[in-house]
Design a protein around this ligand. Structure first.
Ligand SMILES: *Cc1c(COP(=O)(O)O)cnc(C)c1O
Length: 385
């Protein structure tokens, strides 16, 4: 009986949401070597390791400047500080993202202005963005959610017309492209995260701001170290957004592998697409859509099912990792109640928050594990009709 087979499989098969051990094993010796090198140098903050990482990343991403910082959140905060976002400034962004995108605007005294998403790509809706522009708009922040670029051409045009900078939240999208060019170099600044679960993960917190603007780059570098070009002489008020040498050294070991890891994620995404089709589930599960002019790097493989919570509970009971990104859009968060938004205002984001579910997609995932994930999902759907 099929149910018994699946029952037996679930006793042995485990599919974690992410398996960092599998990625670490083949690079372990190289990592230990550079960690030893940093330990022996006793230079822990910034310095040559960070400078080398910045050169490598700028070349890889095709940008003029790459500035290593303490986290993806700090990348956003620093970029906004360098672009002069302050009290009363309106910053337009998607209502559906990781908290940092909107949190950083509010931390600087700015007013986050939320707009709805495109229901197919989950990225900010350009038409809604245009409608949200006012005379107080000071920046627009598209998020390349799940690893797929936002629709940048119309957003760049809107920002240009409004005379404000575009800041790309590329935390989930390192190596993703739009019309053949890598994200992070389209806006005045691009913000990346090296949080361990991102496609290029450090061994702790880390982040990066990219720019092709020399003046912005100088401002980012100054504000990263408390606004001082020369130590103890402060031109402006910055903060401590410095990156550790250890993180930079680990990132340099990992960077040459990134393209291969990305290909493995894309291959796994294509395999899920095939497995869902073979199982006859494409009518009941909405699969991620890669826009033809963009290269999706699948930081997350996000499906959509109306019975999401029941499906998630069933997957977990069968030891299949899964996660909700994100259960509550910004306009419904308690901390943003003061902004006065109402439920119902951004229906596409609200629906996505109820129906989306991220499945394991890391590069080392095996075909057998993916078949198991899809079979458990089929089982879940047969129970929730
Ligand atoms: C991860 C992430 C961030 C924040 O990065 P941290 O390194 O965790 O601070 C910001 N925006 C988005 C969209 C993210 O996914």
């Amino acid at each position: 009986m099929a149910a018994t087979d699946t029952g037996q499989a679930s006793a042995t098969m485990q599919v974690p949401m992410l398996d960092l051990q599998a990625q670490y094993r083949p690079i372990r010796d190289a990592v230990i070597d550079v960690v030893t090198r940093v330990c022996d140098s006793q230079r822990f903050i910034m310095g040559p390791e960070v400078e080398a990482m910045e050169r490598d990343l700028a070349a890889c991403l095709g940008v003029t400047h790459a500035v290593g910082v303490s986290s993806g959140t700090d990348a956003l905060l620093l970029a906004m500080m360098a672009l002069g976002i302050g009290p009363g400034d309106e910053v337009i962004t998607s209502t559906y993202s990781f908290f940092a995108t909107a949190g950083c605007v509010a931390r600087l005294g700015g007013k986050p202005v939320f707009v709805d998403i495109d229901p197919v790509t989950y990225n900010i809706d350009p038409a809604a963005t245009a409608a949200a522009v006012t005379s107080r708009t000071r920046a627009i922040i598209p998020v390349h959610l799940y690893g797929q670029s936002a629709d940048l051409d119309p957003l760049i045009a809107i920002a240009k017309r409004a005379g404000v900078p575009l800041i790309e939240d590329a935390a989930q999208a390192i190596g993703a492209t739009y019309k053949g060019r890598m994200v992070g170099g389209f806006g005045r600044a691009g913000c990346f995260s090296f949080f361990p679960s991102k496609n290029l993960g450090a061994f702790g917190d880390g982040g990066l701001v990219t720019t092709n603007d020399d003046t912005v780059a100088a401002s980012l570098r100054r504000m990263r170290v408390h606004g001082a070009d020369r130590q103890y002489y402060h031109q402006v008020i910055g903060g401590n957004f410095r990156l550790d040498a250890l993180q930079a050294a680990v990132l340099r070991v990992k960077l040459p592998h990134l393209a291969g890891w990305t290909e493995a994620r894309r291959r796994n995404a294509a395999r899920y697409d095939d497995l869902f089709a073979d199982a006859g589930l494409t009518g009941r599960v909405t699969l991620p859509v890669s826009a033809p002019d963009r290269r999706h790097i699948f930081n997350q493989y996000v499906i959509r099912v109306p019975q999401r919570d029941a499906v998630k509970a069933h997957l977990e009971s069968r030891h299949v990792g899964c996660a909700i990104y994100y259960p509550v859009p910004f306009h419904e968060q308690a901390c943003f109640a003061y902004l006065g938004y109402r439920t119902g205002q951004f229906p596409q984001a609200e629906l996505a928050a109820r129906e989306t579910l991220a499945l394991p997609i890391y590069g080392e995932l095996t075909a057998e594990q993916q078949r198991y994930v899809v079979s458990v999902l089929a089982e879940a759907l047969s129970r929730t009709t």
